[in-house]
Design a protein around this ligand. Structure first.
Ligand SMILES: *[C@@H]1O[C@H](CO)[C@@H](O)[C@H](O)[C@H]1NC(C)=O
Ligand SMILES: *[C@@H]1O[C@H](CO)[C@@H](O)[C@H](O)[C@H]1NC(C)=O
Ligand SMILES: *[C@@H]1O[C@H](CO)[C@@H](O)[C@H](O)[C@H]1NC(C)=O
Ligand SMILES: *[C@@H]1O[C@H](CO)[C@@H](O)[C@H](O)[C@H]1NC(C)=O
Ligand SMILES: *[C@@H]1O[C@H](CO)[C@@H](O)[C@H](O)[C@H]1NC(C)=O
Ligand SMILES: *[C@@H]1O[C@H](CO)[C@@H](O)[C@H](O)[C@H]1NC(C)=O
Ligand SMILES: *[C@@H]1O[C@H](CO)[C@@H](O)[C@H](O)[C@H]1NC(C)=O
Ligand SMILES: *[C@@H]1O[C@H](CO)[C@@H](O)[C@H](O)[C@H]1NC(C)=O
Length: 866
């Protein structure tokens, strides 16, 4: 048998108890969390118990009296969530928990991945600060309005912090910049084994090289201040709290994240920023439910939208998908802090480069271009025949991996490699591996082209150590790694943009003190800091939903890089945050984002409310700024396989307002109807059109308000779920079983079948059943798979490429067991012939209607144990 008995049974419990509404099966893919099996988060019913402590004791002792052994992990007690997290040994224990009248909800414990960043450059020991505040008006909020976040508490849930850093106050505790916090895990915590858990009251990150210093980087973005280096975060006078939930390596379980949220809430944080990730355009888990409840209690929550921009549309990441949570999109910064090199044939010019290693100790070394044209696509992807022995090779980025190019250059005898980017790309710190012994640096496309023009004069390269600022071609536009929305229900995600592409900020002392990282992880603390500035300016009493709307109202939509088209709200949300405009703005439009759904469920007209909160009577004029449509599919070429990355189409909707102008006295509101007429596009293409409603005050002091809207031409319900040739039966040696072929399995060793599913579109529900062909009856369901839960709920679509938050397929092994309907334990099937059926619910489908399910039947599978 492949899975532990407790898991097998869990499969059945899920199918019977989900209907009872108490058990929430796992819906998220997670990383290596097998030892967490038997771990559950239990929410108590909302009774008004006076003696709270006794609830935990009586819960545990009741289970003990029934003969279950229970290990207590965390206890929770807030207005919105009272409960406990535990580990039990048997499925019967779970059954007894679910049947306990004091229990409202039960969720399995699973792990969240460590947040990932894109490392740009960490070796800068002489930082000449460059920061993003020019793009977001934060510079003016500081210099003109004098707001620095004073009196606002920002809670960070992350990997710990090096508060000994001069920019972060130097110490921890009351009166210091980092005044609150706790280490819930300890350095050695591996995410799964309770024995590695060593909490203490000090969230210091002293992990040492090999760790990425994530929490220190995001803390600097929010509140860093280092006068000596000229470094200033978004809200340098805000007070920080750090609740450390990651050890030096590895992931962390959801019950610890919920505990950290609770601690941050109880410490009175006004804004909480949380480092969770995971691709799923759906998502329901206790973390996001708890997060959403905290917004209800008056705390702002900012969560990254995800770094899966390469994956195309419908790739919003959870729990940023939570309704009232701000999902942060990333925009690219203005400039990069780089090291410098000089070229003998370009006298007087200094060229910026990035490297993952130390600056190369090479001077006056001849350079040879591997290709004689800069229009090349696959430069250096094949063995290099040109004579580059003892020279530096100049190679263009593209087609194959950096490692391939650099290996080819090293094999041909080069002593170093300079990679130049493709047009429109900023340089990155190229990392290779231990097989590479020569230095590798990366420069901008324009610099690569400039050097190429002088090739005939025999350029020689000298690497320097000076720091230069390199401009980023894509500054102020959406970062290409930033994930596309919307959710599968066509709610708008992301909601708002911060600067996350090439952000220079603090790093722990063991990483040199400063460095540049990229990620929506950097954009979300940028927004958290901005909220602190607004709360200082406007008073802390603002409810978080209004705060979100204010920032969305005054955000600035960006163009798609290199075009005159406005980017779609499913890529940029309301646009890049503009903090001065948000603070000074005296008009308010609500709702601050609209979805007109697909054309089959089209809502023609919606109402927006405009309020004049200023002191002057103001006339408002209405306008429409269409965006390019998001083209998620290229149906003629690749059917309904979403294109990766997402593409665009010029199609735009027409918008009509019920009024042309409105005049509003101070303190007054007016409702205006907005009707949207979708573009006449081919329904098959499922274009996601969109744009911005523009509400323009006729007052030179006031900025226009933009309200993002989206809709789809076509019907989400029509989108096929299963990719062509999927599901499919795969043998453990990787070979695929052809349709209608009969295959025999002995179930000895690895001789068993696997069901592999590739989803073109997300589904809220998947069922896998074992069928007896002779009686044509459903014997029961395929036993529980620990990775996906059972039944499987809220699966994200798959991608062609393997990317950070999404997977290429879902796989279930069938080891000859079935969980009969209405029974507790799975049982082995007798030898014989079986089919596996896979059913999945279409988007917007009704689970009660058979026609809303798509079904697949496997070829006959013969079980013949020897
Ligand atoms: C940023 O703005 C300041 C003044 O507001 C200006 O001095 C500085 O040159 C700007 N930096 C860049 C790179 O635009
Ligand atoms: C930054 O720190 C320095 C030195 O402690 C202090 O003088 C300055 O006022 C701080 N800046 C802000 C904006 O608070
Ligand atoms: C570049 O090299 C290719 C062969 O690699 C050759 O066919 C072509 O003529 C060369 N172009 C120039 C401009 O030298
Ligand atoms: C679109 O319509 C479907 C079906 O009625 C509904 O389930 C979904 O929530 C709607 N989406 C939005 C954004 O209103
Ligand atoms: C904010 O949340 C994002 C993910 O949601 C995370 O990557 C980032 O580290 C967090 N920032 C802080 C300051 O906690
Ligand atoms: C954008 O529009 C301007 C003015 O209409 C034009 O000069 C420019 O070439 C356009 N750029 C692109 C990339 O289409
Ligand atoms: C819509 O697009 C599909 C797929 O490209 C094509 O087969 C069909 O003919 C198009 N329909 C119309 C009305 O153009
Ligand atoms: C499923 O995806 C994995 C990679 O995640 C791949 O190795 C495997 O071949 C895929 N199987 C099928 C049948 O697509």
């Amino acid at each position: 048998m492949k899975f532990a008995a407790s898991l097998l049974t869990l499969g059945l419990l899920c199918s019977t108890l989900v209907e009872a509404g108490k058990f929430h099966p796992r819906t998220k893919r997670s990383v290596d969390d097998e030892p967490l099996r038997g771990g559950y988060i239990v929410e108590f019913t909302n009774t008004n118990t006076v003696v709270k402590a006794s609830r935990y004791r009586s819960f545990v002792s009741t289970l003990g009296a029934k003969g279950h052994s229970v290990a207590v992990r965390q206890k929770y007690e807030t207005e919105v969530f009272s409960g406990i997290s535990i580990t039990v040994q048997t499925e019967n224990a779970l059954h007894d928990i679910i049947n306990d009248p004091n229990v409202a909800n039960v969720w399995p414990i699973f792990n969240y991945k460590r947040p990932e960043v894109i490392k740009v450059e960490t070796r800068n020991n002489k930082p000449d600060l460059y920061f993003a505040h020019n793009l977001t008006e934060v510079n003016k909020v500081h210099s003109v309005l004098g707001y620095y976040g004073k009196g606002i508490k920002v809670g960070v849930i992350d990997s710990g912090i090096d508060y000994t850093h001069p920019a972060l106050g130097g110490a921890f505790g009351p009166g210091h910049k980092v005044a609150y916090g706790y280490d819930l895990v300890g350095d050695a915590f591996d995410g799964v084994h309770a024995s590695t858990l060593h909490p203490d009251d000090d969230p210091l990150d002293k992990c040492g090289k090999g760790s990425e210093g994530h929490g220190t980087h995001v803390s600097g973005i929010i509140a860093g201040n280092d006068t000596a280096k000229g470094f200033l975060g978004v809200a340098p006078q805000a007070t920080l709290g750090m609740w450390r939930v990651f050890g030096c390596k590895g992931s962390t379980p959801n019950d610890i994240i919920i505990k950290a949220l609770e601690m941050a809430y109880k410490a009175g944080m006004d804004v909480i920023n949380l480092s969770l990730g995971g691709g799923s355009a759906w998502e329901e888990d206790p973390g996001s439910i708890f997060a959403d409840k905290l917004v209800g209690l008056g705390r702002s929550l900012v969560i990254a939208q995800g770094n899966d921009g390469a994956g195309g549309i419908l790739a919003a990441s959870a729990p940023g998908t939570g309704r009232r949570v701000i999902a942060a999109a990333s925009f690219d910064n203005l400039a990069l802090v780089m090291n410098s090199l000089t070229v003998s044939t370009l006298p007087g010019e200094v060229i910026g480069y990035l490297t993952d290693g130390d600056p190369p100790a090479l001077a006056d070394v001849p350079l040879v271009a591997v290709s004689n044209t800069t229009a090349v696509e696959d430069d250096g992807c094949n063995a290099i025949t040109k004579d580059i022995k003892g020279k530096i090779a100049l190679i263009k980025r593209g087609t194959c991996a950096f490692l391939t190019k650099v290996t080819n250059a090293q094999n041909a005898g080069a002593v170093g490699v300079i990679i130049y980017t493709k047009d429109g790309q900023a340089p990155i710190a190229v990392s290779t591996d231990a097989t590479i012994k020569i230095p590798v640096v990366c420069i901008a496309n324009a610099d690569g082209v400039k050097i190429s023009i002088t090739l005939s004069k025999g350029p020689k390269i000298t690497f320097g150590k000076d720091v230069v600022l390199g401009s980023i071609p894509t500054a102020g536009t959406v970062s290409d790694f930033s994930s596309w929305g919307p959710t599968n229900e066509l709610q708008l995600k992301p909601n708002l943009g911060g600067i996350g592409g090439n952000v220079y900020s603090t790093l722990p002392g063991y990483l040199g003190g400063y460095g540049t990282y990229s990620g929506t992880s950097m954009a979300s603390p940028y927004i958290a800091g901005s909220i602190a500035l607004l709360l200082e300016a406007r008073g802390q009493k603002h409810d978080p939903e209004t705060v979100t709307e204010i920032f969305q109202n005054y955000a600035k939509p960006a163009l798609i890089y290199g075009t005159n088209f406005t980017d779609n709200p499913i890529h940029q949300g309301a646009g890049l945050i503009q903090v001065l405009d948000a603070i000074k703005g005296t008009a308010h439009v609500s709702p601050a984002e609209l979805s007109f759904n697909d054309t089959a469920h089209h809502v023609r007209t919606k109402t927006i409310t405009i309020t004049n909160r200023g002191k002057k009577q103001t006339i408002f004029h209405f306008d429409h700024l269409p965006s390019a449509a998001g083209a998620g599919y290229d149906v003629a070429k690749s059917g309904f396989t979403p294109v990766e990355p997402g593409s665009y189409d010029p199609a735009a909707a027409k918008v009509k307002f019920s009024e042309k102008f409105v005049t509003l006295k101070p303190g007054k509101s007016v409702k205006v109807q907005v009707s949207v007429f979708p573009p006449k596009a081919n329904l098959t293409d499922h274009l996601i059109y969109g744009g911005y409603l523009v509400v323009k005050p006729l007052d030179a002091d006031q900025k226009p308000i933009h309200v993002p809207y989206i809709g789809m031409v076509g019907n989400m319900h029509d989108l096929p779920l299963f990719d062509k040739d999927y599901p499919v039966i795969q043998n453990t040696d990787g070979s695929l079983v052809k349709p209608k072929t009969k295959v025999t399995y002995t179930l000895a060793g690895t001789d068993y079948p696997k069901v592999v599913l590739r989803l073109l579109t997300g589904t809220a529900h998947v069922k896998l059943d074992i069928i007896n062909p002779r009686s044509k009856t459903v014997l029961g369901s395929l036993p529980f798979n620990p990775t996906y839960g059972s039944p499987v709920n809220f699966l994200a679509r798959n991608t062609i490429d393997s990317i950070q938050g999404l997977s290429q397929n879902y796989t279930w092994a069938w080891t000859g067991y079935v969980t009969p309907k209405g029974r507790i334990a799975p049982v082995p099937v007798p030898n014989g012939v079986y089919y596996i059926s896979v059913s999945a619910l279409k988007v917007f489908g009704d689970a009660k209607k058979p026609k809303d399910w798509v079904k697949w039947l496997s070829p006959p599978l013969v079980i013949k144990r020897s």
